[in-house]
Write a new protein. Sequence first.
Length: 51
Amino acid sequence: GKNPMSLAATALYISCLKMGENHTQRDLAEAANVTEVTIRNRYKGLLELLN
């Protein structure tokens, strides 16, 4: 399965982008103890679901 922390970090990343907050994938990856690549991949998947 997928790590719930990666989903939470990705959702937070998307929220930050929409709200104009300056938090990088690296910032959120470090906080969630996942990789930037994981956030990037989950981001692509979530965007497909949201659009």
